[in-house]
Structures are given as structure tokens and as C-alpha cells.
Design a protein around this ligand. Sequence first.
Ligand SMILES: C[S@@+](CC[C@H](N)C(=O)[O-])C[C@H]1O[C@@H](n2cnc3c(N)ncnc32)[C@H](O)[C@@H]1O
Length: 203
Amino acid sequence: MSSIFYKHPKLYNAMLRILHGKKLIERYKFLASEIGKEQIVFELACGSCLFYNYIDPSCEYIGWDLNQIFIDQAKKDGLNVNLQDIFNYDEYPDNDVVVIIDVLHHIVPRHEAFLKEVISKSKKVIVIEPFKSVNLLDILLLKKGPVRIFMKILNRFFGDNDGINHPDSFFEWKYTEEDLVSFFKKIKPVKITKSGKDLIAVF
Ligand SMILES: C[S@@+](CC[C@H](N)C(=O)[O-])C[C@H]1O[C@@H](n2cnc3c(N)ncnc32)[C@H](O)[C@@H]1O
């Protein structure tokens, strides 16, 4: 069972806007400029497809996700999306650029093998992931004992529980900014850019 945000695309988008503030649009615009025009954009684990609204209209967009509610809504909105598992590498459509936004922390511990496999199959890959920093939420997430138990329960119903992966996977995402830079650097990116509490890596 997923948290409430993964049941309602509009609520999910509102949560993203509150969580990221102005940085949300900034990162989408950065991504869109990295992609450019007339490209086939393949978004893995596209969620509510919010990013679609920022790509150049000359681009073609394909999205995959396993959330039936998100996919149904995106289809109603006329988007080319499919209920597909992102680990189904052999079924990937032809594309010019793969986009992976806020996904790796959902698929711990398979995130590294996944990213390497996607890069090996793609012309260009852009990844955005959050890192841990010194704020109340991250401090609480890293606490042990009763606080941790309380945070895990809260997360299941009102947090980052997508209903597909283990509900506590976000608690296993322990990368600080330096750790995440090192993680990306091991896989040899073309560039790494910081945006708020996220890193954007281009491969
Ligand atoms: C934090 S959301 C990110 C959604 C979107 N990329 C965004 O930026 O808003 C993580 C998404 O990963 C999807 N997901 C998790 N594991 C998946 C899998 N194995 N195959 C397809 N989608 C998956 C979830 O359904 C959820 O929509």
C-alpha cells in the first residue's frame, strides 16, 4: 500500500511544489535545456509526468511507471506513457535521452547496478537525486530508536512510500552531498550540477 501522495497525482504535484519550492521549476528548466529540441525523451519512473510540461514542444516524450493511477491520469492527458517496470531493460524504446528524476532512492540497493545498465544502453542519461543535508527532516530520518519507528510509520502513510518498493527504502538513502558526488563520479559523468538539495548528473 502506498502513501496518500502516490494515490492522487494532483496531491503528489502539490507536495513536490511545497517540498522543492522555486528549485523545482529551476531544475526542470535546467533539464529541458540539457535535452534541447527535437529529441526523443524517455522518462523512467515518470510518476505524474510533471517534467513533461517543461520539455521543448518539438520533443517526443515517452514515460514508464508502475503506478496505475499516475499512468491512467497521464494517458487521459494524452501522454505516451506505459505501465512498465523500469528494470525491463530489453523493452526500452528507441530514444535520444533517458531522464531519471528522484528514482534511485526508491530502488536501493539496486540503484547502482540499475544506473550502470541504463547508461550502457543509452546515448545520454540525466539523473536527479537528493542528498542528505542538515535540516530537521533529514536529522529525524537518520535518528534511531522510537523516533525512527515513528518516522517510518509516518512515511508509510504520508511520505515517500511508492507502494512498489520497500516502504522504508528512503531510509537507506544515506548519501550526503559529498557521497553522492563520489557515487556519480565512479560512473564517470559528463557533468554534475547542484540544484537546491539535489544533484543533477549527466552521463
Ligand atoms: C519519487 S517518484 C518520482 C516520479 C517522477 N520521476 C518525478 O520526478 O516526480 C518515484 C516513482 O518511481 C516509480 N517506480 C518505483 N519503482 C518502479 C519500477 N520498478 N518501475 C517503474 N516505476 C517505478 C513509482 O511508481 C513513482 O512514481
